[in-house]
Write a protein that binds this ligand. Structure first.
Ligand code: GLC
Length: 651
């Protein structure tokens, strides 16, 4: 049962595709304070809140405040309130003591909105708007005869997913292992990576090209010096069964003679400053203009540009810096330079020194800059901050819509960093610039259910961590978890320790782990496609499966993956295992490789689970089965799930 309410004069976001009649009045159960632009509700003392897509802190979001304002935020620390996505759907689950009922709510507003879930007041849930213009959808449980006994929370999620439209389905090769680095600078470096993986026998399906493949960071160009015959190189890699996946950034370099820039100006495709000129900011190439992806004809124009790389044989892309990230705006930089002059002969004391530091440190991603340019959206001129959260969505939509025209029969790979609900119909996401920290391995486990609830099924983190130096043990544990995520990509920042799997001492363990991934792909891919087609979640916390088990509600580090298996990754240094809680009896299979494992039945309750680095425990649900394939070097050599009969594990 879904009801739709209106607050103020909402901006249409295209996130919901099903027509739903507007109900009159305010969302029942919530109070709206017009002056404070706040919706609020008292929470039951034991209630849990799930959802909100890619965010900091655990699976149960209660106890913190989260701001939906897509942010280029490389510090994924628990004190942060925004990451790259703005995904305003959550499910509220009260205890059975009070008279509240479970429900889901989607707050559809493209501007900044804060979800205070027991932060200022531990028993209050407040939705605080910048502009109180929103549609809110209230989703209540319904008896679903096709639900196969699945819980109420899942039926709420399924109803929500139905109204936002079917999730993007990535090609099967995208489930293969991907190696990325900022950046592989030229053909030879890419070849060396491919050779080293083949030499060590570690399966691989894709190599990612980060910004340096371009000519001076210009979108849709390829450096002729470093990739002299790009189409030939793409096909050389294709012949080896490898896909190259280039990055595309949101900002278009301002450069006379660069056709994308020239066409953008001629076609009036860029967002405007207050005076009506194209807004100038800077990202990787220095000065850029931002395409106004909110305009349909700009989406069409920009989307067509992907064709250039697709004509060269490319069939996968990642869209980046599309919050949009801003290093500085031209206007503010001029102000800062002027101010800097005044410090020249000063004795910088506590105040002036910090002021100076703030001036430089505060250049990036300024709220004021986001309030200084304009879009044309559905016939209206709108200031950017009011529609900020639609920007990355619509950049990615430009690509997704273009793929439907350019390659209607194939399924290109596409994922983005920024997101808003609705984008899930066109692409997946990756969770951005994490660190090589154990806590970020845990975070990447905990981000998946919230993403799946919002329709983002094709998702994953930078395996091994993007920033900082990874250790071999952390990499082994991260890979041991990553083998279950749809996007399984090792990526790291420039300047950090090289972390391709063949560079570690124990490449044998790395190989066995990636082989196990390939053995799992038929299961994972068929469960993934099913989840997309049936509006299900691929990753589910225990609390969604065992709603009447109070212990399950507190488990933040175990996940069901598809219908048959549950995982309990190890995410601490020097561990030789971890505690697990089993809500019911399950079969444990402890894999050392796809063909080397031991099995035992474990009863419901708490157990210490032994898992040395390199051992991957998988729990099989009673009555379910898991079939593995024999590993291969490329996904194209894998059979379908139904064809497997050799390695069958029954719970
Ligand atoms: C951003 C991306 C990261 C990429 C880098 C350079 O930080 O999040 O993945 O490597 O830009 O393009």
């Amino acid at each position: 049962m879904i009801r739709k309410y209106r607050i103020g004069t909402p901006i249409e976001t295209d996130s919901v595709v099903e027509k739903i009649k507007l109900s009159s009045g305010m969302v029942p159960g919530w109070e709206f304070d017009e002056k404070k632009k706040t919706l609020s509700m008292r929470m039951d003392a034991d209630a849990a809140v799930y959802g909100l897509g890619v965010q900091v802190r655990g699976i149960n979001k209660r106890g913190w405040h989260y701001v939906s304002f897509c942010a280029d935020e490389p510090h994924h620390e628990e004190g942060k309130t925004s990451l790259y996505g703005a995904n305003n759907f959550f499910v509220y689950v009260p205890s059975d003591k009070g008279d509240q009922r479970r429900f889901g709510m989607y707050v559809d507003t493209p501007g900044r909105v804060e979800f205070d879930i027991g932060f200022y007041n531990k028993d209050m849930f407040q939705v605080i708007f910048d502009e109180a213009d929103a549609y809110t959808y209230l989703i209540e449980e319904e008896d679903d005869p096709d639900n196969n006994g699945a819980s109420g929370i899942l039926s709420i999620v399924r109803q929500f997913r139905r109204i936002i439209g079917r999730s993007y389905i990535a090609p099967r090769w995208a489930f293969g292992f991907g190696q990325s680095r900022w950046s592989y600078m030229n053909e030879d470096e890419v070849r060396e990576v491919a050779d080293a993986y083949d030499r060590t026998g570690i399966p691989l399906d894709s190599i990612y090209l980060d910004i340096d493949y371009m000519e001076r960071y210009k979108d849709f160009t390829v450096s002729e010096e470093n990739f002299p015959d790009f189409p030939a190189f793409v096909s050389e890699m294709k012949n080896r069964g490898l896909h190259l996946v280039p990055i595309i950034d949101a900002g278009v370099k301002i450069e006379k003679g660069y056709d994308v820039y020239e066409e953008g100006i001629a076609g009036d495709h860029f967002v405007k400053d207050g005076k009506g000129s194209p807004f100038t900011a800077a990202v990787w190439p220095g000065r850029v203009h931002f395409p106004d992806f909110l305009k349909e004809d700009t989406r069409r124009w920009f989307g067509e540009k992907y064709r250039r790389l697709m004509d060269a044989g490319i069939d996968g892309f990642w869209n980046d810096m599309n919050e949009p990230a801003i290093f500085y705006s031209e206007e503010h930089l001029a102000e800062v330079f002027e101010k800097l002059d005044t410090y020249k002969d000063k004795n910088l004391d506590i105040h002036s020194f910090f002021e100076l530091q703030g001036l430089i440190g505060g250049l990036c991603n300024r709220e004021e800059d986001y309030r200084s340019f304009y879009h044309e959206y559905k016939g209206e001129r709108l200031r950017h901050d009011r529609v900020h959260n639609l920007y990355g969505f619509n950049m990615t939509r430009a690509a997704g819509e273009a793929f439907e025209r350019i390659a209607p029969d194939s399924r290109p790979l596409l994922f983005s960093r920024a997101s808003y609900i609705g984008m899930h119909r066109y692409a997946g996401i990756w969770t951005g610039d994490n660190m090589s920290w154990w806590s970020h391995l845990l975070l990447s486990i905990q981000q998946l259910p919230g993403l799946n609830m919002c329709g983002f099924l094709f998702a994953g983190s930078d395996i091994g961590g993007f920033g900082g130096d990874v250790t071999e043990e952390l990499m082994i544990r991260w890979v041991s978890f990553g083998i279950f995520t749809p996007l399984f990509r090792n990526h790291s920042a420039m300047g950090t320790r090289r972390q391709e799997l063949f560079r570690f001492n124990d490449t044998e363990t790395m190989r066995r782990l990636v082989e196990l991934r390939y053995a799992l792909i038929p299961y994972l891919y068929s469960e993934y496609v099913r989840a997309a087609e049936q509006d299900e979640m691929l990753f589910r916390p225990l609390s969604f499966e065992y709603e009447n088990d109070p212990r399950a509600a507190g488990v933040e580090d175990e996940l069901f993956v598809g219908r048959s298996i549950m995982i309990a990754p190890v995410y601490t240094q020097n561990a030789r295992g971890r505690y697990v809680y089993l809500p019911e009896e399950m079969k444990l299979v402890r894999f050392r490789s796809f063909s080397d494992y031991d099995e035992e039945w474990l009863s419901a309750g708490d157990h210490f689970l032994k898992a040395e680095p390199g051992e991957v425990p998988v729990f099989i649900r009673k009555g379910c089965e898991l079939r593995l394939a024999e590993p291969v070097m490329r996904t194209s050599e894998l059979p379908e799930y139904d064809e497997l009969d050799k390695y069958v594990f029954r719970g």
